[in-house]
Unconditional design. Structure first.
Ligand SMILES: Nc1ncnc2c1ncn2[C@@H]1O[C@H](COP(=O)(O)OP(=O)(O)OP(=O)(O)O)[C@@H](O)[C@H]1O
Ligand SMILES: [Mg+2]
Length: 461
């Protein structure tokens, strides 16, 4: 750039400085300039007001509002969503209009399957607050509910193969209504627990913690599992005696735990009986899979010593976890729970905590004697294929008192007796039938055919 150009630009600048006062007076007279200054003033005032209002709102929120965050690892999370859904559905029933939050635009659906004792089931949908912001009124106070989902961080994925997004609900209300939070949560808990009454909750391991798996299932009546006479009662009495002796164990410094092993052929009712027993004692079940990916000795130890209160730890097919074939899966994955690690976890550190472990197997003869020694397994019982009497009892359970008018009670008695004799005769030839096979057969057939066609079921064992 030529030097002359610079000096020629400098000249007007000094000219402006020297004639500043004349310019101002010019601007004062010019209506356009006046409007510009006015606008500038208004803009500045608005910015100030906005900053002020944001600041005011923050102060107000800090001072006057109170928030409660619940994340989906907490049990209260499901209770709260269930409670909201319940409120909305009962409000919709009692008044023609729906509950306040139902009018919001973000909803999620929860599908529920209700199974009835007779085996039929019905499916219904419940609308719950989806991710987003919702409002509702509780005991005269307005509450804001914000449900947020963080899909980038997933929980539980690696261990279970199923990942759930991280979620939170944040409840916000006026400070003066903060006392309502505990009331609301207690109400939600009571509702949630009431829903579980009469139901069996099954937990599975998610990493190092136990979480309920699926919706609670309907309890199965203990008598519906037909075992060899006396067997069910024996196990039930044993566990009741154990539960009544907590102090006795504590006084003698014996770890308060008991192990049960139910062994026998497939489909004889081992799993069904354990579930029914848990239900009858109002216990939960913690299903532990020793071959699960990512489960190592330390995690197993943690899981076994941190099972939820009032629960049975159930380990199915214990033989499979440590036989060499099962230890390596098709894709070359090796279970990292060692047999000695498992034994140590079963022994655990001596603690006053109650622990009840149930194990099942189809091959008791393959179990290491170290596993079934007292202290690890205190009660071992054979749950076998159908005995003649079991077959007869199951037959009665299926058909007695049914709507089938074709067969009266007397004939049923004769049929049951015939079935008993068939099973007895076959047993002499070394042929057996499983209770599961009988159950399937009874479902498919009417009483008369069930008996005449029962011969097809038997297998040599
Ligand atoms: N003793 C029984 N009384 C009534 N029903 C039974 C009995 N045994 C089995 N069943 C029925 O058969 C099915 C399978 O039973 P279950 O799963 O309890 O057998 P299991 O002994 O655990 O078999 P597996 O060793 O293969 O695990 C269930 O639907 C159950 O209702
Ligand atoms: Mg089973």
């Amino acid at each position: 750039m030529p030097a002359g150009a610079v000096s020629s630009q400098m000249a007007p600048a000094s000219a402006v400085a020297s004639s500043g006062s004349s310019l101002l007076s010019l601007a004062g007279d010019n209506p356009y300039f006046q409007a510009g200054f006015g606008l500038l003033g208004v803009g500045a005032a608005m910015t100030l007001a906005r900053t002020g209002s944001i600041w005011g709102a923050t102060v107000l929120r800090r001072r006057m509002l109170v928030s409660l965050e619940i994340d989906n690892r907490d049990r209260a999370y499901d209770w709260f969503l269930g409670w909201m859904a319940h409120r909305s559905s009962s409000a919709a029933k009692s008044t023609a209009r729906s509950a306040p939050w139902i009018r919001s635009h973000e909803l999620s659906v929860e599908t529920m399957i209700e199974r009835r004792p007779n085996g039929s089931s019905s499916v219904f949908f419940q609308l719950v607050a989806g991710p987003g912001t919702h409002w509702f009124k509780y005991k005269g106070a307005w509450m804001q509910v914000k449900r947020e989902r963080e899909t980038r961080s997933m929980m539980g994925g690696q261990q279970t193969g199923m990942a759930v997004p991280w979620e939170t609900v944040t409840l916000t209300t006026l400070s003066r209504d903060r006392k309502l939070f505990p009331e609301l949560l207690a109400e939600a808990r009571d509702l949630g627990m009431r829903g579980q009454e009469g139901n069996l909750v099954i937990h599975t391991a998610w990493g190092i913690e136990w979480r309920p798996f699926g919706k609670p299932r309907r309890k199965r009546p203990l008598q519906s599992v037909v075992l060899e006479p006396g067997m069910g009662e024996k196990i039930e009495q044993d566990i009741k005696a154990f539960l009544a002796r907590r102090q006795w164990y504590a006084d003698r410094g014996i770890p308060y735990r008991r192990g049960y092993l139910l062994h026998g052929p497939p489909g004889s009712g081992k799993t069904s009986f354990i579930q029914a027993l848990a239900g009858s004692l109002s216990y939960d079940i913690c299903l532990l899979n020793l071959s699960e990916r990512g489960l190592a000795d330390d995690k197993l130890n943690h899981l076994l010593s941190n099972a939820p209160e009032r629960s049975f730890v159930l380990i199915e097919d214990v033989d499979a976890a440590f036989n060499k074939r099962a230890q390596t899966t098709a894709d070359g994955y090796q279970s990292s729970v060692t047999f000695s690690g498992f034994l140590n976890a079963l022994d655990g550190v001596a603690s006053g905590e109650e622990r009840i472990v149930f194990m099942t197997t189809n091959h008791v003869e393959q179990l290491d004697p170290a596993l079934i020694r007292p202290g690890r397994v205190d009660f071992s019982g054979l749950i076998d294929n159908a005995s003649p009497l079991q077959a007869r009892t199951l037959f009665h359970r299926f058909y007695s008192g049914g709507a089938d008018a074709e067969v009266d009670a007397d004939e049923l008695e004769v049929l049951a007796h015939n079935l008993q004799e068939i099973v007895e005769g076959r047993m002499k030839n070394g042929e057996r039938v499983s209770m599961a096979a009988l159950q399937g057969h009874f479902i498919r057939n009417q009483p008369r055919e069930a008996v005449t066609r029962s011969l097809e079921l038997f297998k040599c064992r």
